[in-house]
Design a protein around this ligand. Structure first.
Ligand SMILES: *Cc1c(COP(=O)(O)O)cnc(C)c1O
Length: 472
């Protein structure tokens, strides 16, 4: 399989090139050149099969010819070995037609583990085979950082630099990043918002000298491999609910648009999906864009669901590219508009195509708290604030139209956000055993100003030191 860029000056690349690069050299995002088709019989056969086996069936065509089948299966098995639930992504029923897909049983308690664990195994495998080192740089609104650190810690071929917005993540999220003792992990608390941190990382990838010298590798959801890996749980959950013979709707708590884009891709691969519902908190750029066609960046508002406190949803670029009939010229114009005037207008044709598959609802802080209390009271289910945004949006979607079963993606474990849960329910969810001592562990991180060249100098110096250590 080859991969193309949404801005397309870049040549076609292979799976491993896409995997290691993250961002395309022209600043665009990678997409598969074509979507392999899974037959309805194949999808029906996923019912009752282990998650690992389904993952192998879905993902093999994307890496075919580059990753040997047996090695790939071993990496998949290793990636999901440390999950606390045998089903990896179990489904819980809350109401007659409402389900939660629990994606928080991995080591860092958020859905990011499902893709990041496998991404780390693959990157390690490819770097070892090539005898190369790489520098992983990622921006995080809280959960990606922890997932990346957990997945890559102690790997000799990689140094990991994680930027997070100082003071804008929950204490559990921060401690999950800052208390990991590993020489190859470097945590930067940047004075700014998540969008500032993400822009800083993107600029580094567009800085050719730095990019080549440090062999930069991106693990944000700009890395297509993560999105591909996330398609798997759409299939496993649909199979449990009678897919492909019955269409399912998915409601996805959304920030950077990665998780819901994986649902859209699952549909392209052949999974019958009814509606894809975007759930946003009060950072509602996507809800406004679907309603009016105007994609207009506003100030980021801090909420109880910090992993969705995002205004520039990077992966929306991929959907726009598809909705414009894969026209890179159109995307270059839109993205130039975004740079120059913090927004753009989606033309009627592409907007119509997007609305044909997606709905979007935003949820206020009050509604989020009310939803956490309600699902605890009515179903005995403790929803973290991100999942609660999804559940509240699901109620809006139900009132609107959808008759098909609604699956809300449960994106984080409630114990990651104890203050919000206690406020809404009076309950204090316990951290799972492996994190019980989190609040006693020593923290290590560097606070840096929002200054591109200062951050680049910091990373350069640390990475050079690590490389010389490795060469000894
Ligand atoms: C990352 C994250 C989201 C948003 O996912 P995107 O792929 O960025 O849209 C939602 N909830 C939680 C808990 C997350 O960590």
């Amino acid at each position: 399989m080859n991969y193309i860029s949404t801005r397309s000056a870049a040549p076609l690349v292979s799976f491993t090139q896409m995997l290691l690069a993250g961002l395309a050299p022209d600043g665009g995002l990678y997409l598969p050149q074509a979507y392999p088709q899974l037959s309805q019989a194949t999808i029906a056969g996923f019912a009752g099969r282990p998650y690992e086996e389904v993952a192998q069936a879905i993902l093999t065509p994307f890496a075919a010819g580059e990753i040997e089948a047996g090695a790939f299966r071993s990496m998949i098995d290793a990636a999901y070995k440390n999950f606390r639930h045998k089903a990896i992504a179990p489904l819980t029923q809350l109401d007659s037609n409402l389900f939660v897909l629990e994606l928080f049983h991995g080591p860092t308690l958020a859905f990011k583990d499902l893709a990041m664990q496998l991404l780390a195994k693959l990157i390690d495998h490819v770097l070892k085979a090539r005898g190369e080192r790489a520098t992983i740089i990622g921006a995080t609104s809280g959960d990606t950082g922890a997932a990346a650190i957990e997945a890559f810690r102690g790997l000799p071929q990689v140094d990991v630099f994680i930027l997070y917005p100082h003071g804008r993540v929950s204490e559990v999220q921060r401690r999950q990043m800052t208390t990991v003792e590993a020489e190859n992990i470097h945590i930067i608390a940047m004075e700014g918002t998540f969008d500032d941190a993400q822009a800083c990382v993107k600029n580094m990838f567009n800085h050719k000298v730095l990019r080549d010298e440090l062999n930069l590798c991106g693990v944000n959801s700009i890395n297509l491999a993560r999105i591909l890996f996330q398609t798997v749980y759409y299939f496993t959950s649909a199979a449990v609910l009678g897919g492909p013979h019955r269409k399912i709707s998915f409601v996805v708590p959304t920030g950077n648009f990665g998780d819901i884009l994986a649902g859209w891709m699952a549909k392209r691969l052949g999974l019958p999906i009814d509606r894809l519902v975007i759930a946003t908190n009060s950072n509602d750029i996507l809800t406004r864009a679907l309603a009016s066609g105007g994609y207009a960046v506003q100030r980021v508002r801090p909420t109880q669901s910090p992993s969705m406190d995002i205004q520039v949803s990077s992966n929306f670029e991929r959907l726009l590219f598809e909705a414009h009939g894969r026209d890179p010229g159109a995307l270059c114009r839109l993205m130039a508009g975004l740079r120059q005037s913090q927004g753009f207008t989606i033309e009627p044709g592409p907007l119509h195509a997007i609305r044909a598959e997606f709905d979007a609802f935003s949820v206020t802080e009050v509604e989020t708290t009310r939803e956490i209390a309600r699902s605890w009271r009515e179903a005995g289910f403790l929803a973290d604030p991100h999942t609660a945004v999804g559940m509240s949006a699901a109620r809006q979607a139900k009132a609107h139209a959808s008759r098909s079963p609604l699956v809300v993606l449960g994106t984080a474990h409630p114990a990651k956000f104890p203050a919000a849960i206690a406020h809404a329910t009076g309950e204090r969810p316990d951290l799972p055993g492996h994190l019980a001592s989190l609040f006693e562990r020593k923290e290590k991180f560097s606070i840096l100003p929002n200054d591109q060249s200062g951050i680049e100098r910091f990373i350069h110096a640390r990475a050079a030191r690590a490389a010389s250590r490795a060469a000894l």
